[in-house]
Design a protein. Structure first.
Length: 334
């Protein structure tokens, strides 16, 4: 079997890419480790690897799942992923964990929170720390997504931290943005950011079970009314509001069917191709920003002034804007 074959060396991106495309899970894990590495030589190898993988990507349904902590994202994703598998699909879950600001370590462990899904041979779960990246997504999540597609996973679910930081970063990765909400409505509705509601392609009220079932139905009706006041993110698609119980596995079929309906509609209208093209352009400029910042921080003239200017800013001897201007002048050699 492919999984027990010896993993190819990361030193040969073409060989590693071939193993990934053949469905070798160990090769996929090695490829993702290479992609996520910050070492300069690894970044070069990762770029060559992605060039080999790119022709085999693009076929998966890319679904982002966001929501406030406590809404039950991991429990929902486990139920949702198992439902896709039962329908004949292979599911990759990129579970992005919050990171410690001090150590950079991941706080949570999604494989321990998705025990049943992690045991399914048709599933692949990859937890990654955000390492402080805004938007609740890891720095290389987009490239890891491509590797999973090349490995034959036709559904990729991205679980985000859900801490309210730039949810547009999530929307820029996926075809469909699914927002999980808690039962409540009323006053809680006022606290939901308009921005994230406008991004959502599907809204799901989770934990619709037991004593909360009736409250979930009321909340869904209130959320649906609120959404009608917003502009849809995709032409001719008003985001539906559904309810589910991840614990009781109720309503999950309807959610999967709604995501499939959405995909058929955006493919037929050409909106999916337009969305992915726009995402790719923003990805390019994001890489430009990242690499320019890295080059700026490594510049000898900048490094020579940095400690002194940071101290002056900290002690209110100079304004942050003046310090930034001084660093930019050093970078440009002015």
């Amino acid at each position: 079997m492919a999984d027990i074959e010896k993993s190819p060396s990361v030193d040969d991106p073409a060989q590693l890419a071939a193993a990934v495309c053949a469905g070798n899970r160990r090769a996929l894990a090695r490829a993702i480790t290479l992609i996520e590495s910050t070492r300069g030589d690894h970044r070069d190898q990762a770029e060559r690897l992605l060039e080999h993988l790119l022709p085999h990507t693009g076929g998966a349904a890319r679904i982002g799942v966001s929501g406030v902590p406590g809404v039950g994202k991991s429990t929902f994703i486990e139920a949702f992923g198992l439902n896709w598998i039962a329908a004949g699909h292979k599911v990759a879950v990129l579970a992005v964990d919050p990171s410690s600001q001090r150590s950079g370590g991941s706080i949570l462990g999604d494989k321990t929170r998705m025990e049943q899904l992690s045991r399914a041979p048709e599933a692949f779960i990859r937890p990654s720390p955000t390492a402080g990246t805004l938007g609740g997504v890891a720095r290389r999540t987009r490239e890891v997504l491509l590797a999973c597609e090349a490995a034959g996973f036709d559904v990729v679910l991205i679980e985000t931290v859900g801490v309210g930081q730039s949810e547009t970063a999530v929307a820029d990765l996926v075809d469909m943005f699914l927002l999980l909400l808690l039962p409540g409505g009323g006053d809680e509705l006022q606290g939901i950011k308009r921005g994230i509601m406008e991004l959502a392609d599907l809204v799901v009220v989770n934990k619709a079970d037991g004593d909360m079932a009736a409250a979930a139905r009321r909340s869904a009706a209130e959320y649906a009314n609120a959404i009608r006041l917003l502009h849809p993110t995709t032409s001719d698609w008003i985001p539906p509001v559904l309810t589910c119980s991840s614990l009781e596995n109720a309503g999950i079929d309807e959610i999967r069917e709604m995501t499939q309906k959405f995909r058929r509609q955006v493919e037929a209208s050409g909106a999916l191709e337009q969305r992915r093209s726009a995402q790719a352009r923003r990805w390019m400029w994001g890489e430009v920003d990242e690499q320019l910042l890295a080059a700026f921080q490594r510049h000898p003239a900048v490094r020579a002034k940095l400690d002194s200017l940071e101290r002056q800013v900290s002690e209110a001897e100079i304004t942050p804007s003046a310090a930034a201007q001084a660093l930019l002048e050093a970078f440009r050699g002015a």
